[in-house]
Design a protein around this ligand. Structure first.
Ligand code: SF4
Length: 417
């Protein structure tokens, strides 16, 4: 069962709360009249005023890297040539649903944010990039309800782990495959059709829109996060929480109170054990703990869940999702997944784990995108935080570890609420 929950204090503006009562909904999507009445699509601001407000509030991008939004917008604005702005709604992480949910239910808010991004950068052309059919219908309906000031294309892609990576987004919009390219150039230098391009996550754009309609609450808007919570046991939920909420509170929220580990940031932030419950949800704390908030998906492990099995399934999925463009990624993710299989089968020895240690140090940063880094971090954190659980597999197969681990990421998938 999947629910939608807001933990924001009463009266604080958020992305979920207005829709939870159902009053804002019209045909399953937000009602345009209500959105307008609450300050949506307000007259365009002086571009620098909104940009300065976003910078002062410290809004970070919500696609995964957590880069300061204002820095990215300024880089596009200051690059030579007429820019393009893209609302990126293709969430490749199997455990995340927030972006599809926003596009399905709050398309006006995302389009409002895209319009504001265009105003801040000087773009006259925009694009909504997505893979979900229901989200596409909602966006097209919203565009028909309120025709935008700028030209907006809707581009559909195949759902895949790397399809939302920003260079893959540009390549697909330009008519190619949704596969990453080597950087530089980054899209802000040369993106869609060679133009400087802002590729912004749809939650980031929704927060830009809310910052514009509720300027007095800019800090609260920038400090709240949409998260997808799940686990092998308990329920799943899409939640909106204030920054600083402890991970233990999030686990308790949907029946994972007994959890003793968490896979963080979708598949990007690694596995974390002892002490994770004390971590506050903020970019800096999670990074300092060796994790990453990434797309905001958290997968909780209970005592009876095997971290080796979870790591095995995650790396098998990543190996299967490799775009097979970089030799080191093809061989590296395959080797990590295959070696974890030998750990799970009970055939690993000290040499095997030494090899995993070496690879997890050597592989990060060597692929064109973050997929190889994600696989290496899962292995590094498994070895660092669960040495006893890894050792317990020596000499005998673990019943919890499927043989071979499924490659389809089914363990991490969350049904749409
Ligand atoms: S690192 Fe892997 S997934 Fe990323 S572009 Fe290279 S081959 Fe593709």
């Amino acid at each position: 069962m999947t629910g939608v929950i807001s933990l924001l204090p009463e009266g604080r503006p958020g992305l979920l709360a207005p829709l939870l009562s159902g009053a804002w909904l019209s045909g399953g999507s937000e009602d345009l009249a209500r959105y307008l009445a609450e300050g949506g699509y307000a007259p365009l601001p002086a571009p620098d005023r909104l940009l300065d407000r976003i910078a002062a509030a410290g809004l970070r991008g919500r696609g995964g890297a957590g880069f300061p939004a204002a820095v990215k917008i300024r880089a596009v604005r200051d690059a030579p040539g007429p820019p393009v702005v893209v609302a990126n709604g293709e969430e490749g992480e199997p455990g995340s649903v927030k972006d599809r949910w926003l596009l399905r239910h709050r398309p006006h808010m995302v389009l409002d944010g895209l319009r504001l991004a265009a105003a801040m950068t000087g773009a006259e052309r925009g694009c909504v990039y997505l893979s979900d059919a229901r989200a596409e219908r909602a966006v097209r309906r919203a565009l028909a309800e309120r025709p935008p000031e700028l030209h907006i294309d809707v581009v559909r892609t195949e759902h895949a782990y790397v399809a939302g990576e920003e260079t893959a987004v540009v390549r697909r919009i330009d008519g190619g495959p949704a596969l990453p390219t080597a950087k530089p150039p980054r899209p802000f230098e040369s993106g869609v059709g060679g133009a400087p391009t802002l590729v912004a996550n749809v939650e980031t754009l929704a927060r830009v829109a809310l910052t514009h309609s509720r300027p007095e609450a800019a800090d609260d808007v920038a400090g709240a996060h949409l998260l997808t919570l799940a686990g092998a046991r308990g329920a799943a939920a899409l939640v909106e929480v204030p920054v600083g909420t402890h991970l233990k509170v999030l686990a308790d929220l949907c029946g994972h109170g007994r959890a003793e580990a968490v896979l963080m940031g979708g598949l990007f932030g690694g596995l974390h054990g002892a002490g994770w419950t004390d971590l506050p949800l903020d970019h800096e704390s999670l990074t300092a703990a060796g994790g990453a908030l990434g797309c905001g998906a958290l997968y909780f492990l209970h005592p009876e869940d095997c971290p080796v099995a979870v790591a095995g399934e995650a790396t098998a999925y990543l190996a299967a999702q490799s775009a097979r463009q970089c030799g080191v990624c093809v061989s590296g993710t395959g080797a990590l997944a295959g070696t974890l299989t030998s750990v799970a089968r009970g055939t690993a020895n000290h040499d095997t784990t030494d090899q995993l240690h070496r690879w997890s140090r050597q592989l990060p940063g060597r692929g064109a995108c973050g997929l190889l880094d994600a696989a290496a971090r899962i292995v590094a954190t498994l070895l660092a935080h669960f040495p006893d659980r890894v050792d317990a597999h020596r000499g005998s197969a673990c019943p919890a570890c499927a043989d071979p681990a499924p490659e389809d990421g089914r363990r991490f998938r969350v049904p749409m609420p």
